[in-house]
Design a protein around this ligand. Structure first.
Ligand code: M6R
Length: 653
């Protein structure tokens, strides 16, 4: 939720803005260019409104001031406003793209918010839980509020604290300079705040300085040459630097063009962990596709291949050195609990089938938002696997903390370096899907399944549940999957046509069994979030226990048919389920393997996927469902990448 960017560096570097057709270097100079570039890359985090604040003036004795522009709506509206009224060049800027929590998406509620004296601007991600009390106190003192946001209290509190700290600069025991005064003000205010927040602030009297703080909300530092950056995630600055610093919980950071200073909220110095970002800027561009989602769907073979890369030794055995978890912990594990949300939870659900089969360890899959409220049974022998693309979903963060407090070990499967979940977990296994910009998760799902499978095989290898050659066989199957996924991608025309035909459907059902069940849930989720259509996924075996009552004439039902090689007549049972709904008028769209002619009698349309081993099937069967949802949304004229009401990274509970 909410994207945050900060820049401290030269006012002009001669490079142009990357924003096509808007806010070029004539407006706001390098600071604005850098911040808008970051916001464009972070817009997926929230897109209700956007705004920037720049500290301008001061050259040749001109008066310094704060220039703020903000608009409700997409980032493009802000860019239009900046084009219409260009801002002076600046070396210090902050920018924000909002996902509204307190107060609707209006110009007034857009960030930045300014202090009563107009000298400080602040942007915020998260929720200030004690804002009502703080606001009442401020109002009692005569402070007037211009917005309905929780954020505005921080602008007033920081404005006052900064004025006091700036007055103490150079005094005995006072801050050494204006930048340190602003950092000290931030520390003082953060100690008063409750809830989750990332805050960035600039002040007219601290030119060249951006101060940030984080508690339960993400913030990373980008180290450039002659310029430094702050961002909600590394996407904010990957166009400019790949060198980054992780910030911990309850820390304050002060950046200037050539310095980064980090402390705790109490002022104790901190040495942050440095890391190098392995995403490149081109990966976060649309690359000629109409939608990021389409591009990301097409990147799935690479996401799977990259997640497998470098994880076997010369003999073909699986090595996961990066886990850095004591193998004794993994050997003694007697239960795995997967915690995740949305699509990531469905990846965990798929993994359950494989991990239980390979390792003979019971696996529970739990929605992270429910986990800690049910008082789960956790012991030091429980391995909690937290799956998250962003590494920032607050529900998962809180579940991770709960698990660790209860003595369980936590292993994160994550796509985003420098994010909170892998940092707080005991161990991390990264997926290498590259930046996922579209709100609907696609390539991360395939990469998560791949990483979970690697983990399962590693456990089986370590604990002796599988022989080395069995592990190698499955690894070979996994290595063949990028090609199989590519085959599905080469055949999407039929599903695109179907989507255009079903654009007016009122409801779509999805049936699957075994690993096809979570795929059915994922197909339904994609359709809900993108096309705003009623969609439900069911375990096909549950059909007759209720859901079949939904079926009426013409009802589209996707049926994910397992391989004819699956155990326990599963194939025949799912084909029967397709027949049952078809007999009641449903229009059945059957996803089946090449050569599986047994489905012909129960299908109105067969969508073919290549023949792959049963446990690998989700990696191919989900792809037509992703394309279908994207295409229905597109045919309805909806914004595929930024569906209504959603944000990519859900950083509030
Ligand atoms: O970043 P995470 O993997 O933790 O995000 C989890 C869910 O919010 C996410 O998968 C969401 O369900 C997607 N919009 C689904 O497409």
């Amino acid at each position: 939720m909410c994207g945050i960017v900060g820049y401290a560096g030269p006012a002009s570097t001669g490079r142009s803005s990357v924003l096509e057709g808007g806010a070029g270097p004539d407006s706001g100079g390098e600071a604005l260019a850098a911040v808008l570039e970051g916001l464009r890359r972070l817009e997926y985090r929230g897109y209700d409104s956007a705004g920037v604040a720049l500290v301008t003036g001061g050259e040749d004795g001109s008066e310094r001031s704060l220039s703020t522009t903000k608009r409700a709506g997409r980032l493009a509206r802000l860019v239009e406003a900046l084009d219409a009224e260009p801002l002076p060049a600046s070396s210090t800027a902050i920018g924000h793209t909002r996902w509204a929590t307190h107060g609707g998406p209006t110009d007034a509620n857009a960030h930045p918010h300014t202090s009563a004296d107009g000298r400080l601007a602040v942007i915020h991600n998260g929720i200030i839980e004690n804002y009502a009390t703080l606001k009442a106190d401020l109002q009692a003192e005569g402070v007037e509020f211009a917005s309905q946001t929780d954020t505005e209290v921080t602008a007033h509190l920081l404005g006052r604290a900064a004025a006091a700290a700036l007055a103490e600069v150079g005094a005995d025991g006072g801050p050494a300079d204006a930048g340190e005064a602003l950092a000290e003000a931030m520390r003082r205010v953060c100690r008063e705040l409750e809830g989750a927040f990332t805050l960035l602030a600039v002040h007219v009297d601290a030119p060249g300085v951006v101060v940030g703080a984080r508690r339960n909300s993400p913030l990373v530092v980008g180290l450039g040459e002659g310029a430094n950056y702050l961002g909600s995630d590394v996407a904010a600055f990957i166009g400019r630097t790949r060198s980054a610093l992780e910030l911990g919980q309850d820390q304050v950071v002060r950046i200037t063009a050539d310095d980064v200073v980090v402390t705790t909220f109490d002022g104790a110095p901190v040495t942050p962990r440095a890391f190098s970002v392995d995403w490149d800027a081109a990966a976060a561009e649309k690359g000629g596709y109409d939608w990021y989602m389409d591009k990301e769907i097409h990147e799935q073979p690479k996401a799977v291949a990259d997640t497998l890369l470098g994880r076997t030794d010369a003999s073909g055995a699986l090595v996961l050195d990066e886990l850095r978890m004591d193998t004794a912990v993994l050997r003694r594990t007697d239960k795995i609990i997967v915690i995740a949300c949305g699509t990531s939870a469905y990846a965990g659900h798929v993994a359950k089938y494989a991990v239980e089969h390979w390792c003979r360890i019971p696996v529970e899959v739990e929605l992270a938002s429910e986990f800690r409220y049910r008082d789960p049974v956790l012991t030091e022998r429980t391995l909690v696997v937290a799956i998250s693309q962003s590494g920032e979903s607050m529900d998962v963060v809180m579940a991770v903390r709960h698990a660790r407090e209860q003595g369980a070990k936590v292993l994160a499967i994550c796509n985003t370096q420098g994010s909170t979940i892998p940092r707080e977990a005991d161990a991390a296994l990264y997926t290498h899907a590259g930046p996922e910009v579209a709100v609907a998760s696609t390539k991360a799902f395939l990469a998560q399944i791949t990483a979970c499978y690697l983990l399962g095989l590693f456990l089986a290898q370590l604990r002796g549940n599988m022989f080395a050659d069995e592990v190698r066989t499955v690894l070979r199957q996994l290595h063949a999957m990028p090609e199989a996924v590519q085959t599905v991608l080469d055949r999407t025309e039929e599903v695109r046509e179907l989507a255009r035909e079903l654009v007016d459907a009122k409801s779509v059902l999805f049936l699957g069994r075994h690993v096809g069940f979570p795929v059915a849930l994922e197909g339904a989720l994609k359709l809900k979030e993108l096309a705003y259509l009623h969609a439900e996924g069911f375990a096909a075996g549950e059909l007759k226990h209720g859901p079949i009552a939904l079926v009426e004439e013409g009802q589209p039902v996707f049926v994910i048919v397992p391989s004819p090689d699956s155990r326990d007549s599963l194939h025949a049972k799912v084909v029967s389920n397709a027949q049952e709904v078809r007999a009641r008028g449903a229009r059945t769209i059957v996803i089946a393997e090449d050569g599986d002619d047994a489905v012909l009698g129960s299908a109105d349309l067969v969508i073919r996927v290549p023949r792959v081993p049963t446990l690998m099937a989700p990696l191919v069967t989900v792809v037509p469902l992703q394309v279908f949802a994207m295409e229905v949304a597109s045919a309805k004229g909806l914004d595929v990448d930024q569906p209504r009401n959603l944000a990519k990274s859900v950083t509030v509970e």
